[in-house]
Design a protein around this ligand. Sequence first.
Ligand code: V47
Ligand code: SF4
Length: 379
Amino acid sequence: MQLLKSCHLPAELQPIAEKILHGQRLTPEEGLLLFEKGKINWLGALANYVREQKHGDDTFFNRNVHIEPTNVCVYSCKFCSYSRLYKHREEGWELSLDDMLNIVKRYDGQPITEVHIVGGVHPKLDFYFFKELLQRIKAHRPEIHIKAFTAVELYYMFKKARLTYEEGLQQLKEAGLDSIPGGGAEIFAPEIREQICADKVDADNWLRIHETAHRLGIPSNATMLYGHIESYAHRIDHMERLRRLQDQTGGFNCFIPLKFRNKNNDMSHVPESSVIEDIKMYAVARLYLDNFPHLKAYWPMLGRDLAQMMLSFGVDDLDGTIDDSTKIYSMAGAEEQHPAMTTEEITALIRKAHRTPVERNSLYEVVRRFDEPAVIRND
Ligand code: V47
Ligand code: SF4
């Protein structure tokens, strides 16, 4: 506390620190001030205080694998490096139900707890195809948690099948859908959406799909694509909308800021954010989203070094072991060209940040704690 006060602070930031230390909610204006005037050491100390109030040193990861059914997509998001339009589908991939089931079968006998399914919006792969996919995965491995389909994919498949969000989600839940990933949120403000992803689901419908899911007992995550053409005010507006929905439903598990990567896409002229901006983003997210239990640094996108550093700036979750099963970020130029970590590697990475590794399942229930004192080598 004294240490925080001794930081050389602009006068208007002092009351914000007091509020955070007393567990009080920040206003949008205060959130904006944090971005504009907060130094990273001070923001980091506060974000770390909040993180430790919520989770102590516990740092969560899971053992998971991704399935990306296709990169063929009806949309043309300017930041996307991996999708191909249907007319160029020969340059992309399209997995059959058998292909995808075979991916799951490759992990028979291995202790993964989650399959994360996300891909492009293919005009010919419909609701019934994906419903069968869920049923077949569950028939093969009933205990596995299926986190699948962003609100972008769900919006398109429900519309084509003429189903309401409620009908579609209920049917997918019965088929085996356990939770929804956070993708497709990008930046909610329409003036930015129009420029970077004009044709896909808008903010209100993204939020409605998640609200309906939460009402039906399907938890979800939320993302924000940051560090491109948006302003700090757009980021606060995005987080404000999420915070309001979370107040109503409590259905979000975690928030995941996604750093814009600029290789091989139509926004390659936009520079990537600096590490200082990345730190600010994570710390402010931890301080602003007081009702989100977890803040995730998704290491395949940030790179493992930066993700590890974020454990000192509010982050308590690193996602999973992945096993080289996602291409979204490697195709956008991320450092991790074949993202895969063994349990030993991910726990060592957490320990070297002086935190306690905790393997979780997709609902953040503890699978295994790694409390043994760390033997930290200098490598
Ligand atoms: O919505 C696409 C992002 C998202 C780029 O819920 C890019 O646990 C940066 O949402 N630079 C999909 N980001 C992935 C996603 C996700 C990932 C990990 C965990 C979870 C979870 C969700 O990927 C898209 C978009 O925002 N994305 N291209 C890019 N060039
Ligand atoms: Fe399609 Fe998703 Fe890429 Fe947009 S980000 S073009 S919706 S795959």
